[in-house]
Design a protein around this ligand. Structure first.
Ligand code: HEC
Length: 145
């Protein structure tokens, strides 16, 4: 009888811990954003028309250097990847699924930040070729946003 009670309490405890961990990772939207703006000439660039979305998907989930984008931006682009929790709002990884925040972020703006990083935040400069940057932007904009 006693053993059952201990097991029962342990189960409740585990359930509470797991559910609070999930609650903490709930994506924030609208998401506060203080990111620097790209120069106007770059902000209006858009080379996604000829980009390769399948390659972009691979970059996002696997091959990006120094790290796959999903580690911070999350599997679905909600800004809640494994490492993302280390960065706090307003410097949290962008939640690409948040339309009200993303409507201010043009393809050219994304290009500029991916290429140069966002100083003072976890968003490091990515070691990607220009073509690869447009591939990943196409994937984010068409499949995650
Ligand atoms: C180590 C964590 C981390 C990784 C890995 C990472 N990001 Fe980010 N990313 C961030 C953070 C933090 C921000 C928010 C920066 C800010 O607030 O200025 C961000 C912001 C962005 C933005 C939004 C820029 C804007 O103007 O709002 C884009 C686009 C982006 N990341 C793309 C990517 C792509 C593509 C990859 C993979 C090639 C990637 N990130 C990998 C942490 C990361």
């Amino acid at each position: 009888m006693k053993k059952q009670l201990v097991l029962f309490i342990a189960a409740i405890f585990t359930f509470t811990m797991v559910s609070s961990a999930y609650a903490a990772k709930k994506p924030e939207c609208p998401q506060p954003r203080k990111t620097k703006s790209a120069p106007a000439s770059i902000a209006k660039k858009d080379n996604t028309a000829k980009a390769n979305k399948a390659n972009g998907k691979k970059i996002f989930h696997k091959t990006a250097k120094p790290m796959a984008c999903k580690m911070c931006h999350g599997d679905k682009g909600e800004g809640n990847g494994k490492l993302g929790a280390a960065f706090k709002s307003p410097k949290a990884p962008r939640n690409f699924t948040c339309a009200s925040t993303m409507k201010k972020v043009s393809p050219g703006q994304m290009y500029w930040i991916i290429k140069n990083g966002s100083k003072g935040t976890g968003m490091a400069k990515m070691k990607l070729k220009d073509k690869e940057i447009w591939d990943v932007i196409k994937y984010i904009r068409e499949d995650l946003m």
